[in-house]
Design a protein around this ligand. Structure first.
Ligand code: KIV
Ligand code: ZN
Length: 390
């Protein structure tokens, strides 16, 4: 049986770009959009067209450029927003309007100073209006994570009737536990009339470090779209990280879920976004961090040199990293030193290795990391016959 396809909705250029200091100009956005299309994302959320003339222009240029992915523009449930978004995406091969409104009591009472019936009416009106411009309309129930399930189901049912093709269930504040977020998706699947006509979408924020876990819980419980960003960038603690959810589905075939992503482009895309946005990737970031395939303790290094799979669950080549690295520190063992010495041209006998290792430890205690040029120095200053080394 074939795997179920999970659509990847990339919002690096919208939710990701909302990060202070990450603003991009149109040229930079076009380069990223082209790469996202090559990566194989299904939907690119290109921006929030009414927010500024610059963002309108970026969305419009991306709509003209992108060949495969759906290009989407964000709006509030406001007529003018929808008209401007429709105009910005009009050249897209596959245009989508993403409209919505806050549905939690907190948003209804404090943000809109309104009531549930009024919000439901505004949601339906926005979807109907967006539908007069494009066929593909996604509805977001902002703060769905903290919205009462029974009311959320009523809103979803009403917007499907109005023509919504995708229902976005955002955990806007990153509040939910995975079990809770998964149960919300299951509840909607089981209680919304007409749900088979729409795709449920996960949009999770990372305030408690649970965005990836929540998105995976969402798809296990029936959602078929994940909204995410490269490197997990986004408001506050960020959004679901694209590379993480893609590789979780790849590494767990038992989930029977897959995406269209060419994972070999993940590392390069991560670096491109990091450079363009001036947002460094933390070294220990899953999948794309500089240490994701680096081994520095003696026990791990010995295992990896014997067989990579002892300490790696992903083949680095699958995400575009040329090879795992054996980093030399004062915690490294003889196996790692012999391996790195061989890489720079020295074949050490057991006796020679013992002598060089002693010298290495003295050196390594003074330095964070021992690099190739240090290895030459260490061997030259060890009491071994250099001429006998191949
Ligand atoms: O987090 C959120 O709720 C959003 C919506 C605007 C989709 O980004
Ligand atoms: Zn968001």
């Amino acid at each position: 049986m074939g795997k179920d396809r999970v659509h990847i909705f990339d919002t690096t250029l919208r939710d990701g770009e909302q990060v202070p200091g990450c603003k991009l100009d149109t040229t930079q956005k076009l380069v990223i959009a082209k790469r996202l299309d090559e990566l194989g994302v299904d939907i690119i959320e290109a921006g929030f067209p009414i927010s500024s003339p610059g963002d309108f222009n970026s969305v419009s240029e991306i709509a003209k450029l992108v060949k495969n992915a759906t290009v989407c523009g964000l709006t509030r449930s406001v007529k003018k927003d929808i008209e401007v978004a429709a105009d910005a995406i009009r050249h897209a091969k596959r245009p989508r309007i993403h409209t919505g409104i806050g549905t939690s009591d907190s948003h209804i009472n404090f943000k809109f100073k309104s009531n549930r019936d009024d919000i439901l009416e505004r949601a339906v009106a926005a979807v109907s209006y967006a539908k007069s411009f494009v066929e593909d309309v996604e509805f977001y129930a902002e703060d769905a994570g903290r919205t009462d399930n029974e009311y959320l189901a009523r809103v979803c049912e009403a917007v499907i009737k109005a023509g919504a093709t995708v229902l976005n269930i955002p955990d806007t504040t990153g509040y939910c536990l995975p079990e809770e977020y998964g149960a919300k998706m299951k509840y909607l699947k089981e209680n919304v009339k007409g749900i088979e006509k729409a795709i449920l979408s996960c949009h999770c924020h990372n305030d408690l470090g649970l965005a990836t876990a929540n998105s995976i819980a969402g798809v296990i419980n029936g959602a078929r779209q994940i909204e995410c960003t490269i490197n997990g960038i986004g408001e506050r603690a960020g959004n679901t990280s694209l590379e993480e959810v893609v590789m979780i589905m790849r590494q767990h075939p038992d989930l029977n879920l897959d995406t269209n992503i060419n994972s070999k482009l993940l590392n390069d895309t991560s670096q491109m976004v990091s450079e363009k946005m001036g947002m460094p990737v933390q070294p220990n970031k899953a999948i794309v961090g500089s240490n994701a395939f680096a081994h520095s303790s003696g026990i791990h290094q010995d295992g990896v040199i014997k067989n990579r799979e002892t300490y790696e669950i992903i083949d680095p080549a699958d995400v575009g990293v040329s090879e795992s690295s054996i980093v030399l520190t004062a915690r490294s063992g003889r196996a790692a030193l012999a391996y790195r010495a061989k890489n720079v041209g020295y074949e050490l006998t057991k006796l020679q290795l013992d002598k060089v290792y002693e010298n290495f430890l003295r050196f390594a205690d003074q330095k964070k990391e021992v690099v190739d040029s240090d290895i030459h120095k260490i061997i030259e200053t060890s009491d071994v016959n250099l001429a006998s080394l191949a």
